[in-house]
Ligand binder design. Structure first.
Ligand SMILES: CC(C)(COP(=O)(O)OP(=O)(O)OC[C@H]1O[C@@H](n2cnc3c(N)ncnc32)[C@H](O)[C@@H]1OP(=O)(O)O)[C@@H](O)C(=O)NCCC(=O)NCCS
Length: 183
């Protein structure tokens, strides 16, 4: 179980794997299907049951010694999105920052505010050597966060992703070393 983290008026805590939250997340994704289409219609989140199954599975594996430390972003008890580390590899001491926000929460600097907390978790608490941010080459908003926060573009992995709609996407691979991290 992840311990909640408070950052100003945001609470980062695990999304409860319940029907209620599965429905909330499903609604967020379907209301904004264009931006979330790479996660939907792929058998992961195309129904409330899929969402519930995903979060249940993740909750069983949320021990940060395993792979995920993903937090729901709550403000006044409302779920706005998620941020955290996935793909945590404690042998190589690496992990990947991921995030998403519901439409109405975008453009308010929320990820900018929370990113340092996740970096601190990775570099200081988990002892990672390197944190990656991998995003679609054309995901400008996500790339902005990587670039603004000092992540180095290490390459573009060509045609890495085949989306459920049949389109093919390259991945921009950004990384930050512990030695490049400023507390
Ligand atoms: C990625 C995401 C969380 C970013 O939301 P946000 O933190 O509120 O980011 P913003 O919308 O403020 O955009 C961040 C920056 O990119 C810029 N930007 C966004 N879209 C842009 C575009 N099409 N062209 C140019 N700049 C753009 C914004 O102006 C902003 O710049 P600023 O910080 O200098 O003001 C949100 O877009 C999202 O949830 N996307 C879907 C999930 C996703 O893609 N997650 C990342 C997977 S790697």
């Amino acid at each position: 179980m992840l311990e909640p983290i408070i950052v100003d008026d945001f609470v980062l805590r695990q999304v409860p794997p319940t029907n209620e939250y599965a429905q909330i997340i499903y609604d967020i994704f379907t209301e904004d299907a264009e931006i979330f289409k790479f996660w939907m219609n792929g058998g992961v989140r195309d129904s409330v049951d899929d969402v519930l199954a995903y979060y249940k599975k993740r909750a069983q594996n949320d021990d940060i010694r395993w792979r995920h430390a993903m937090y729901g972003i709550f403000q006044n008890d409302e779920l706005l999105g998620e941020i955290g580390l996935s793909g945590i590899d404690l042998q190589n001491k690496t992990g990947e920052i991921g995030y998403w926000l519901k439409k109405s929460a975008r453009g308010h600097g929320i990820i900018d505010k929370l990113l340092p907390t996740v970096e601190n978790l990775g570099f200081e608490k988990l002892g990672l050597r390197k944190i990656n941010i991998w995003c679609d080459e054309d995901n400008i908003a996500s790339r902005c966060h990587a670039e603004k926060n000092g992540y180095v573009l290490e390459g573009i992995q060509r045609e890495r992703k085949l989306w459920p709609d049949g389109s093919v996407h390259s991945t921009a691979m950004f990384g930050k070393l512990k030695s490049e991290y400023k507390k």
